[in-house]
Design a protein around this ligand. Structure first.
Ligand SMILES: [Cu+2]
Ligand SMILES: [Zn+2]
Length: 195
């Protein structure tokens, strides 16, 4: 009987462990951040930056993006309204210059590592600005989120530093295939990432 109990315990544990592995990468990142944070409370350095996104190309899309950096992990949460219902691409583009009416003054996708355009994390490569797609509801509200150690706020490493770049929200969705843009259509909202 005792042996059976032990066996059941082992089976349950194995199942639990394998289930855990299936969870999304972002969840793992979260856990990592928490563990690191508790280990390094005394040396923890937290950075925060808020970016306002303004309407472009005659749209009504505006919002706010908040970037935080905690012990080498950057989290971006962008909240937008005035969108058309459905999927929209969101990227970081090269220059924090939203002066043009259509947002093209921000240049192309931020791509400091000279990779092809793609889905974030893809083995075939992706731009450091390829955040991806998010969904807007019937009221035109949407939220995009990314947690990554591939960015930093003001560290000076040109392959990681998001300062001086722009956030662009697109009219359509990113197909993760078309080079070098993802064929996401016009630029409906823009925000320069500056301190
Ligand atoms: Cu874009
Ligand atoms: Zn791209």
């Amino acid at each position: 009987m005792k042996k059976l109990t032990i066996l059941i315990t082992i089976v349950t544990f194995t199942l639990f462990t394998s289930c855990k592995k299936d969870k999304k990468e972002t969840v793992t990142e979260d856990t990592k951040t928490e563990t690191k944070a508790t280990n390094t409370t005394t040396t923890k350095e937290r950075k925060k930056l808020q970016v306002r996104l303004e309407s472009k190309s005659g749209s009504n899309v505006s919002g706010t993006a908040i970037f935080t950096q905690d012990d080498g992990i950057v989290t971006m949460i962008a909240v937008l309204d005035g969108l058309t219902e459905g999927t929209h691409a969101i990227h970081l583009h090269e220059k924090a210059d939203c002066s043009s009416e259509d947002g093209t003054s921000t240049g192309g996708h931020w791509n400091p590592t000279k990779q092809p355009h793609g889905e974030w994390g893809s083995q075939n490569g992706y731009h450091k600005g390829d955040i991806g797609n998010f969904t807007a509801d019937a009221k035109g509200n949407g939220m995009a989120k990314i947690i990554t150690d591939e960015w930093c706020i003001g560290c000076g490493d040109e392959t990681k530093d998001i300062l001086g770049k722009a956030i662009i929200v697109h009219e359509g969705s990113d197909d993760f295939k078309t080079q070098p843009t993802g064929a996401a259509g016009g630029r409906v909202s823009c925000g320069g990432i500056i301190q």
